[in-house]
Design a protein around this ligand. Structure first.
Ligand code: ADP
Ligand code: MG
Length: 454
């Protein structure tokens, strides 16, 4: 019986495709060709050495398993480098490596910290909640993903930890691949880029490395601040970057800071990074946090009482990752103990998280904001003056300190010019009272609170 190896290979590939997802498939598995099967060894070809290393490291084991399901006699899978010219000419593959032998899949797998080049299909534009703090970044990302030609280059997403940079990058990659299935997208963290480049230097395969990166239609480098201070990597990145810009290929960069704030990076690099569109992702505000919580709860099919969501949106202000983590914990707890979610159980379950978030608003911040808002001097927060014009703002500040920090009454008193804790208690009561009767003051306080928490 004649075995159709090509049909087997197609089935193996199809299986891997459903396992790894469309994105990883088109980057890494689609370019592989079957050279043949002989002596219980499957021989595969890839166009670059870099790709070979990648495929061997990440997919060889699975490929071997899949092949064995087709043919139990298969012992190993070997991956060899064949340049595109050789491949299309159909000549015999040239093997890579100093010793001239193709690396075997067996024993070549290095331990990895997750596959940072794979695009995660869970991060989409649809489930990215848009609000004031991130609307520019969102619209810019969408434009890049859908435009027929490069709208701005590079797109530089700047924002603090956990504010959605990686989410947007994955969303761009998925959307772009859907729209342009034949184009090549490489998404990679800057850390990974550095790692691969250093490996290429060591293996003397920098030509292949360059070739791979310069053949892409869209290059996405996440957390670019990681290449700061790494001179040779930076140099290589700079050349790749320029080459792609010259070829009108899209580049998307993310970083926790703007190009001008990147340290240990060459001036020419810094200025080039800022050439396209720099879109800041600002800290979340209350409305955005609430929107995100509602959407996550819906996605999980969970019903969470509105006061609980509002409480979380008020309290967990640091970043979206923690916000999600908080919600997940609350849901897990209620599942586990089989009780509905309440405000009280939420406070209990999240005590440590809430405390960590509280600490982020300091008494000094509050005093400064309140003084600015009521147009009094910051010194008036500490001064003994009792005129209503300064005493009221001071009371508001004390009230907010009690609400937004975990400091005790005596501690708060000390920071307000060494006042007694009973003075602070009086201030808190007074403001609580006034909030009932004075809607304008109440609004001022809400506004201050939102500013301080965002
Ligand atoms: P960054 O890369 O900026 O550190 P991530 O993109 O990893 O942050 O986001 C952290 C988490 O928060 C992810 O799970 C992401 O899906 C979620 N997230 C961040 N911003 C939003 C948003 N606007 N809408 C929905 N989810 C978000
Ligand atoms: Mg990230």
């Amino acid at each position: 019986m004649v075995v159709d190896r090509n049909a087997q290979w197609e089935r193996v590939r199809a299986r891997l495709r459903t396992e790894v997802g469309e994105a990883a498939y088109s980057s890494w598995l689609k370019p592989i060709t079957l050279a043949g099967v002989a002596d219980c060894v499957v021989r595969l070809n890839v166009p670059t050495r870099f790709m070979r290393d990648w495929v061997v490291k990440h997919y060889a084991d699975r490929m071997r398993t899949c092949w064995r399901e087709e043919d139990a006699g298969i012992e190993s899978v070997e991956v060899a480098v064949v340049t595109a010219a050789v491949m299309s000419a159909g000549r015999r593959p040239t093997t890579a490596g100093a010793n001239g032998a193709a690396e075997s899949a067996d024993g070549a797998a290095e331990p990895q910290r997750g596959t940072e080049t794979d695009v995660d299909p869970r991060f989409t534009f649809e489930n990215f909640i848009v609000g004031k703090p991130n609307e520019l970044a969102y619209h810019a990302a969408l434009r890049v993903a859908e435009a027929d030609s490069v709208p701005f280059n590079p797109l530089y997403l700047a924002g603090g930890v956990g504010l959605g940079k990686t989410h947007l990058m994955h969303a761009i990659a998925s959307q772009y691949r859907k729209r342009f299935p034949t184009r090549r997208v490489v998404y990679m963290s800057a850390e990974r880029f550095t790692y691969e480049f250093i490996r290429a230097l060591r293996d003397k395969s920098t030509m292949e490395f360059k070739e791979l990166f310069r053949s892409v239609d869209m290059l996405m480098i996440d957390d670019v601040q990681f290449i700061a201070g790494k001179e040779s990597t930076q140099e290589e990145f700079f050349h790749t970057f320029n080459a792609l810009i010259d070829l009108h290929r899209q580049i998307v960069i993310s970083s926790d800071r703007s190009p001008s704030d990147l340290e240990n990076i060459e001036d020419r690099m810094r200025s080039r990074l800022g050439w396209g569109l720099v879109a800041d992702i600002h800290a979340t505000d209350y409305e955005l946090r609430l929107g995100i919580l509602q959407s996550k709860a819906d996605q999980l099919g969970a019903t969470v009482p509105a006061p609980v969501l509002e409480f979380l949106a008020h309290k967990i202000t640091s970043n979206v990752r923690e916000l999600e983590g908080g919600l997940n914990r609350v849901l897990a707890y209620s599942n586990l103990v089989g009780r509905p979610i309440t405000l009280e159980s939420t406070q209990e379950v999240l005590r440590d998280l809430l405390r960590a978030n509280d600490r982020r608003v300091s008494i000094e911040d509050i005093q400064k904001r309140v003084a600015e808002h009521f147009n009094v001097r910051i010194g008036d927060m500490h001064s003994p003056r009792r005129a209503r014009a300064v005493a009221r703002p001071r009371q508001v500040a004390m009230y907010l300190c009690k609400q937004l920090t975990t400091r005790s009454l005596p501690e708060i008193g000390r920071k307000f010019g060494g006042r007694d804790h009973t003075t602070v208690m009086h201030a808190v009561r007074k403001i609580e009272e006034l909030r009932q009767s004075d809607p304008a003051l109440s609004e001022d306080i809400d506004l201050l609170r939102r500013m301080l928490e965002s």
